[in-house]
Design a binder for this molecule. Structure first.
Ligand code: HEM
Length: 223
């Protein structure tokens, strides 16, 4: 953990202690993923139903939206793969995650003193991580089956019909998971700065991720 003093920053009495949570590389990786998911959702919805066709104007018309949507999907896939490699270890399920989940009411009512100490991520964040990982694999696979320009001849009409259904359903689920992720990031005050500035306050870490903070202090953090 590098502190403000080690970085040579000016410390003023009363300023909160800041703790590093994400490197610049991880943050760039995250925001590329976030931007591609938003663009995918908009371009996908534009192609999904005639009432949403007006959204194609954002991408320069129907033809370009259709051409660009799968490529943004490819960007999301590789970008998320980067996040996966960076974060999967810290998202592995541990016994206390099940206890944390069982205390759902205490989580919602912010009675964190009744919860087990949390590492870098809590059980809710881990569920978002693993469901996004699964959803993105299903979305890219079903997306390739219906990407006629390149893969048209390799699949039957029946396979493509099933793939369209799976693709649309999983896309809706992914958008719901994304809404939960963003809601949680805003609801837990002080979390957004982790992904904008790469730092959180010591108070935030002590309150929400005490085990992680202790590991940082003792020099044995899980990445
Ligand atoms: C505009 C939308 C988004 C916002 C505001 C946002 C915000 C955040 C914030 C604040 C964190 C840090 C949480 C913490 O350190 O405790 C975070 C972590 C993360 N975000 Fe996002 N995010 C957005 C979109 C996305 C999307 C679209 C994905 C994936 C498809 C994603 C995947 C992740 C992952 C994997 C982490 C690390 C947490 C973990 O591994 O469990 N985010 N996000």
């Amino acid at each position: 953990m590098s502190t403000d003093v080690e970085r040579g920053d000016q410390i003023h009495p009363g300023d909160p202690v800041l703790v590093d949570r994400y490197t610049t590389g991880a943050r760039i990786n995250h925001w590329i993923t976030a931007a591609s998911l938003v663009l995918l959702a908009l371009s996908g919805l534009a192609l999904f139903h005639p009432s949403l066709y007006f959204l194609t104007a954002l991408f320069g018309g129907g033809e370009t939206t259709r051409a660009i949507h799968p490529w943004i999907g490819v960007v999301l896939f590789f970008s998320f793969a980067g996040l996966f490699i960076r974060f999967f270890k810290a998202n592995l399920w541990v016994r206390t995650d099940t206890v944390w989940l069982a205390h759902g009411r205490d989580v919602i009512t912010s009675h964190e003193e009744k919860l087990p100490e949390v590492g870098k991520y809590n059980a809710g964040q881990k569920l978002v991580f693993w469901s996004m990982s699964l959803l993105i694999i299903v979305l890219i696979t079903s997306g390739l089956v219906i990407w006629d320009q390149y893969f048209g001849p390799y699949f039957t009409v029946e396979q493509k019909r099933i793939a369209v259904l799976v693709h649309a359903t999983m896309a809706v689920v992914a958008i719901c998971v994304w809404i939960v992720h963003v809601y949680a990031a805003i609801w837990v005050r002080g979390t957004i700065s982790a992904m904008t500035r790469g730092q959180v306050t010591g108070g935030w870490a002590w309150r929400h991720h005490r085990k992680w903070l202790k590991e940082l202090v003792t020099g044995s953090p899980k990445k």
